[in-house]
Write a new protein. Structure first.
Length: 147
């Protein structure tokens, strides 16, 4: 059974897909409590930066540095350079990744900066992305900066 917080991130991903967006979700947890959640809303908002992790952190609002240092960031997909950089900036010590077979962000670099990465290799996360990419390859390539 998947981690309950990862399941909530998957729910966020499904919500994004239902809105016509890219099915990636994220949750920020501090001391066992969800303080932010979000999903990729680049399409819905016409945004250049609203990846799931960015939406999640924005929805968490302004937090103290000490809060981020006790946080765990969950993402259904390996965070890209932008999202990884934000996690590094705020010194989030642990990231739980639903899957990294579809896309792998700068995981080695993030680890080299002291962040613990846990790869769940969750079948549901993988399936969501594979089905989406088959149906919308152009949108997927745009999201990862390939087009």
């Amino acid at each position: 059974m998947a981690d309950p917080f990862l399941k909530i991130a998957i729910d966020e991903a499904r919500q994004g897909l239902a809105e016509g967006g890219i099915p990636i979700g994220s949750v920020l947890v501090i001391d066992g409590q969800i303080v932010g959640r979000g999903h990729n809303r680049r399409v819905q908002k016409g945004s250049a930066i609203l990846h799931a992790e960015m939406d999640c952190l924005e929805n968490a609002g302004r937090l103290r540095p000490s809060d981020y240092r006790r946080a765990v960031l969950y993402s259904t997909l390996s965070p890209c350079d932008m999202c990884s950089g934000t996690a590094l900036l705020y010194r989030i010590p642990r990231i739980v990744i639903g899957e990294n077979r579809t896309f792998q962000g700068p995981e080695d670099y993030v680890r080299s900066r002291g962040v613990v990465l846990e790869i769940a290799d969750d079948a549901e996360c993988y399936k969501l992305m594979q089905e989406f990419i088959v149906a919308h390859p152009g949108l997927w390539n745009e999201d990862i900066g390939e087009v």
